[in-house]
Design a protein. Sequence first.
Length: 345
Amino acid sequence: MEFLDFTNAEAVAEYEAFVEEMGGSFMQSVRWCGVKQDWLHEAVIVRDGGGRICGSMLVLVKKFPLPLKAFLYSPRGPVWDYEDAAVLQELLLGVWQLSRKYHAYSFKLDPLIEETDSKKIFALRAAGFSFQPWQPDEKTIQSRNNYILELQNRSEEELLRSFKGKCRYNIGLAKRKGVTCTVCGRERLGDFQRLMEETGKRDGFRVRSQAYFEGMMDALGEKCRLYLCEYEGQPLSGAICVQYGGRTCYVYGASTAAHREVMPNYLMQWEMIRWAVEAGCAVYDFQGVPCWYDPQHPNYGVYRFKTGFNGRLAIYAGEFRMVFAKHYKSAFDRAMKLVGYQKLA
């Protein structure tokens, strides 16, 4: 077991190549550290007998001034072959060392494993993690309920034919009405921010700052794209999309209430799916579908919209926790509520 030297370009490149080859999340990329600049960061590496990386885990460190404790978090980690328990134990040896270094209260991870994957869940529980099955009202750092579209060995034409009829019609309608969808640079983030603020006010959620989105585009580089849909010179919808490890993710999206009749959101999703297909990705991830189980909920429309693309619901197992200092649990949980999950994500 070793820790990544972030100042060594060759070591970082080797780490990135492993995470991407294994289909790891962009949140396990070293690039993600540039987005989470208010966190400290470490990366644990395990090698096989031939010196090749066989396991890795990016760990973010959130330090609290009182009581001089820290929280360790591996977003969508670790990256390793779940069949190899010895590698996981080596990775956790590194986490234990980090817990002592930073006086950590606890460690949390939320890997991209679905709740039906009992074998992988067992591997993490056997390693000492506590785990609670999904509950409808549970708040987690990352979304547990995503909508995904499988892309492997499917052409654009096959995918388009597979969409529900109304979805195909709306994509065509947007084109016929003259809606354009363009990949833009960070100079258009002001337009996106205005759309985000309108969306947040309308749907009742807190909005990231423009500086955050600028940092995201800078840190992720060519892996991150800003899409804007416009009609008669007016931005109608926008999205920040990230492509990494064979998966293209619709991370942030926003829209105005104006001119909904020209269906810009359908065209925008289609253009991002086309980017995923061009890159040979296996999955297009629409990300969260809050309250998919409750047709009466105000946010149910998010789920209804995404089902038009005829993908599938993916419910992830959720968060696994390891506690190092139980007597700090109640104080830490109160701090988490004060900080808010959005700031941790």
